[in-house]
Write a protein that binds this ligand. Structure first.
Ligand code: ZN
Ligand code: ZN
Length: 421
């Protein structure tokens, strides 16, 4: 964090305040009378305090921050008994779910060191992650089903900054990561709220175009990739601001560049290679290469983190199938930054991607109130996990396959060649 006496500190404070305002006004679109439940790493406190101020100015009745700390997380791996790693704070997640059911909004400030747990026993990490996934499910379901307005917004943690700018002194790395965050989140302009209205309009035009096409499948081709992703019956493309089921239109991710939909869990065929490392709960998984048959991953390799990837795929029946496919032009501001953020919120918005695991049921027509078993028959996947990984690059070619098996070029060299640009 640049200190207040440093040159340019005023600019930094202004942008940090704009980011907080953007999270509350555009990200959450927080309504008067709503409670806000916010999770954040300890070193995001300056942003958390500004978010709280903007939330109360927007009419929040109560802001409840839940802070986490890297050293406390590591202490468990260093000192807890070997049988301690199947425990998760179910009481906390049940309370969060109760808050959401009672009308609270959800904000996650993220900025953790993506390699925090990479030196720890993968078995313990996997058990802890699984216990957490199971315990978090009641709250997560309210988020993935878009029952409430929610938002994820970044903060430049020191551990994260060191990963993005290796070899750079920590204070300088943090300052440069903040600059990259402000650019990617479009708060380095005079009126970020107006800028986001324009950006949302572009994304909405793109989803309208793709929904009009109603493709049966997408075909990705590139180095190491020849993948046909069947789309769920009655799939819907989404992107940018969307109305949650509580009636509040919000932007769940800041930044965001993607348009995304639900693949058919049984209709994915071929091979695909990741184009960026995947930061998964403290471990980096690099050069993922997998083969799909009838929607399921039947072969999986990675140059680093293969053991963790194997455990992820074994989480449950749906973990080796797709729950999301998303398109991002290679010219997105995040991609143009040339940085590898090692954080999914950023890297997924630098490149087209797919996600293992749980489908967003809102990406299906007429899905409100329909049980998951019925949506599964239309192709929607179910799993404890939802993990995005990047398959897009400047070398990717993408065709849309029509319902009558026609082929329409959608992207060449990673850029859209059809629909709104
Ligand atoms: Zn996505
Ligand atoms: Zn996703």
């Amino acid at each position: 964090m640049p200190d207040d006496s440093a040159a340019g500190a005023t600019g930094f404070e202004t942008k940090l305040d704009r980011l907080a305002a953007l999270a509350v006004r555009v990200g959450l679109n927080l309504r008067p009378g709503q409670e806000l439940v916010m999770t954040a790493p300890m070193d995001a406190l300056p942003l958390v305090r500004r978010i709280a101020a903007h939330a109360y100015q927007a009419g929040a009745t109560l802001v409840t921050p839940l802070l986490s700390d890297d050293e406390v997380a590591l202490a468990r791996y260093r000192h807890a008994a070997p049988d301690a790693f199947d425990t998760a704070p179910g009481w906390l997640f049940e309370g969060m779910a109760a808050a959401f059911r009672g009308g609270a909004a959800r904000l996650a400030v993220v900025g953790d060191d993506p390699t925090l747990l990479s030196g720890q026993d993968p078995e313990k990490v996997a058990r802890a992650n699984r216990a957490r996934s199971v315990a978090y499910r009641p709250a997560l379901e309210l988020i993935t089903s878009f029952a409430i307005n929610w938002n994820i917004v970044p903060s430049a943690g020191a551990g994260w900054a060191r990963q993005v700018f290796p070899g750079v002194a920590e204070a300088e790395a943090v300052a440069r990561l903040w600059d990259a965050i402000f650019m990617a989140c479009r708060v380095d302009v005079a009126d970020p709220v107006a800028e986001w209205a324009r950006h949302n309009a572009t994304l909405h035009a793109r989803t309208a175009f793709l929904n009009g096409k109603n493709f049966s499948a997408l075909h990705f081709r590139g180095p190491g990739t020849d993948l046909r992703v069947g789309l769920a019956d009655g799939h819907l493309w989404a992107g940018g601001a969307e109305p949650a089921k509580n009636g509040i239109t919000c932007n769940p991710n800041i930044p965001t560049e993607e348009v995304f939909t639900t693949p058919h869990k049984l209709r994915v065929e071929g091979v695909v290679r990741s184009t960026k490392p995947l930061a998964y709960q403290g471990t980096l998984i690099e050069d993922i290469a997998v083969r799909f048959e009838a929607g399921r991953i039947v072969e999986a390799n990675a140059s680093r983190g293969a053991e963790v990837l194997g455990k992820v795929l074994a989480t449950d029946e749906g973990a080796a199938r797709l729950g999301e496919v998303a398109l991002v032009p290679h010219s997105s501001p995040i991609s143009r930054s040339g940085l590898l953020f090692r954080n999914t919120l950023f890297d997924e918005n630098a490149a087209s991607h797919i996600a293992l695991g749980q489908a967003y049921t809102t990406c299906l027509r007429d899905s409100a109130g329909v049980p998951m078993e019925t949506l599964a028959q239309r192709g929607a996947n179910a799993s404890l996990i939802h993990i995005d990984w990047m398959i897009g690059s400047g070398e990717i070619e993408l065709d849309g396959i029509t319902q009558s098996d026609g082929v329409e070029p959608l992207m060449r060299g990673g850029e859209f060649v059809a629909g709104p640009r």
